[in-house]
Design a protein around this ligand. Structure first.
Ligand code: ATP
Ligand code: MG
Length: 564
């Protein structure tokens, strides 16, 4: 599998690594890791971290491990592990035989804790969680020492063993590092290292009754795996002294350097597993892989490609200050990628019957259509044309607005790849007044050619042959939220969900070449956008298409090329 995806531009993380290379801090080694907790599916923010970690490893000839950071039994599961493995692989990265689980280190972590206790660097504290919080102090006031802080090493060891043995209820004791309750960094005020949690772990079952906290498990897992650069998000900056403290106290040979970078925030969505779990749980979306979700699974199902996502991650770069990235940039990367690779086809979302009065009843012609306007290697296909077509309802107006360059009374338009037609009449539903059919005539002289007398037509519209077309359902997606930063707004973030984020149209008509289109295949429907055959809900008998992204309006160019 290709692993050589890396950014060509440098950033502050790479600068730190370059410096380490010069000073030989890690003997020229670069070992990174991507450490997700399997308590949810990966989202595009995780993709940023995946691309950074694997990208750096590839760039410096190093390695990147995939590590399940599974030290908290609540909420972790095998389903999430499998989804993570699947998503990272799909993004195009390879950890070879280096898939690790922090839960495999539980015994080693426990032994490290025992060593800290023996050295007088950790103690069992029997305050409640609330009491610990109350004594923690504030940014301006120091904390208060726990009355249990000076227990003897023997007592601490004994209590810690009994915690492990499951003799105590949840919350009755914790193991804390003995650092400094007056430290200006609150993280260093005797942080909790272990807590009692008599829960079943998805891998170790009921074997453990105590579980290490992130701060304890993470630095040690990094050290065990001989990571050199432990790259994480900014909110862990205050934890770095603790990361270093633990490794220093234990005098471990492998002491990685933690580097923090700004997490990705994307507009009109939320990038937090907790919030995404809420959306899934409440049924606000159909699941983790709902195409509106910012998850890798959702984006894959929607039709985004791994290249587009990697490109996006490359473009946003890595910085030290938080920012909100515009969703439009991601969509731009998706378009750019699909523009190259997606074959063009004709399809009509909201069909309006168009009858060509002077076209022979039984005649069928086939038009040769290029699959890609610039890339002839993508070949061409034949699209049938007949007397009764479907065009887009939107492409006809009885009283055309200003700048409406399409069909209307008295007008001529070009039918893409074929003839120029001229409006003749229309049929309306007597009850509703709705236009149900448009009649026109065609000019046989204009088959794929400009009109002989040089006359100008309004524009170019797409079509399918009614008799030959196949039906499909299209799902059009809009932003999941109505506001750019739903978590920054007042009240519950789900209040800001966009009620129009999904529109289903079940009577689309597509050119026949789409019959049997493979699940997951992507097309550009001319003038309508890029679409992907839904890998879950689509079947040979019932084609379902997700609109991946709309097109920029590039139709003017097409029209001039055809010399309307
Ligand atoms: P969430 O906030 O979504 O729950 P998390 O940080 O708790 O995410 P982890 O599974 O611990 O999720 O994340 C694995 C790795 O991905 C971590 O190194 C984390 O720093 C990184 N990561 C998570 N969210 C983002 C983001 N929005 N942008 C960049 N990196 C991220
Ligand atoms: Mg986390």
């Amino acid at each position: 599998m290709a692993q050589a995806h890396f950014s060509s531009s440098s950033d502050f993380v790479r600068e730190i690594i370059e410096e380490h290379m010069k000073t030989n801090r890690f003997q020229g080694r670069v070992a990174t890791r991507f450490p997700p907790e399997p308590n949810g599916y990966l989202h595009i923010g995780h993709a940023k971290s995946v691309c950074l970690n694997f990208g750096i490893a590839a760039q410096y000839g190093g390695t990147c491990n995939l590590r399940m950071d599974d030290t908290d039994p609540s909420g972790e599961s095998l389903e999430y592990v499998e989804s993570i493995i699947n998503d990272v692989r799909w993004l195009g990265f390879d950890w070879e035989d280096r898939l690790f689980y922090a839960s495999d280190y539980f015994e080693q972590l426990y032994q490290c804790a025992v060593r800290l206790i023996k050295n007088g660097n950790a103690y069992v504290c029997s305050l409640s969680a609330d009491e610990i919080r109350e004594r923690r102090g504030t940014l301006t006031e120091p904390g208060k020492e726990s009355p249990y802080r000076n227990r003897s090493n023997e007592e601490n060891l004994h209590l810690f063993e009994r915690m492990r043995a499951g003799e105590f209820e949840d919350g009755t004791h914790v193991l804390r590092a003995k650092i400094d309750m007056a430290s200006p960094n609150i993280t260093m005020r005797d942080p909790v290292l272990y807590r009692i949690k008599r829960a079943t772990h998805y891998r170790t079952g009921g074997q453990w009754r105590i579980y290490p906290m992130y701060d304890f498990a993470h630095c040690l897992s990094d050290s065990i795996e001989k990571i050199t650069h432990s790259i994480c998000t900014l909110e862990f900056e205050n934890n770095r002294p603790l990361y270093d403290w633990i490794l220093d106290q234990l005098k471990l040979d492998s002491h990685p350097r933690q580097i923090e970078f700004a997490r990705l925030n994307l507009s009109y969505t939320v990038l937090s597993k907790r919030r995404l779990i809420e959306l899934v749980g409440k049924g606000s979306v159909t699941g983790w892989d709902d195409p509106r979700m910012p998850t890798i699974a959702g984006m894959r199902r929607r039709g985004y490609t791994p290249d587009a996502i990697r490109n996006f991650c490359d473009r946003i770069g890595v910085a030290k200050n938080d920012s909100l990235i515009d969703m439009a940039l991601l969509e731009h990367c998706v378009r750019e990628d699909l523009n190259e690779r997606a074959p063009r086809v004709l399809g009509v979302l909201r069909p309006l019957r168009l009858v060509i009065d002077n076209y022979p009843e039984d005649q069928v012609e086939e038009f040769e259509c290029f699959n890609h306007p610039q890339n002839s290697a993508m070949g061409s296909r034949k699209v049938p044309f007949s007397r009764v077509l479907y065009i887009e309802q939107d492409d006809f107006q009885e009283n055309p607005q200003r700048k409406f360059n399409r069909l209307g009374p008295g007008r001529e338009v070009r039918l893409r790849y074929s003839y120029i037609i001229k409006y003749a009449s229309m049929v309306k539903d007597e009850q509703t007044g709705e236009i149900t059919e448009v009649h026109c005539t065609y000019d046989p002289e204009t088959r794929n050619a400009p009109p002989p007398d040089g006359r100008k037509v309004e524009g170019v519209i797409h079509w399918v042959s009614a008799e030959h077309s196949i039906s499909a359902e299209a799902r059009l997606y809009d932003r999941l939220f109505q506001v750019a930063n739903p978590l920054g707004e007042e009240g519950d973030f789900t209040k800001y969900l966009n009620p129009k984020s999904l529109e289903r149209i079940d009577s689309c008509r597509l050119e026949p070449s789409l019959k049997g289109a493979a699940p997951g295949s992507r097309y550009q429907f001319e003038r309508l956008g890029y679409f992907c055959v839904d890998p879950i809900d689509s079947s040979p008998g019932g084609l379902v298409l997700n609109r991946i992204v709309t097109l920029r309006d590039s139709w003017t160019k097409v029209a001039s090329r055809e010399n309307k």
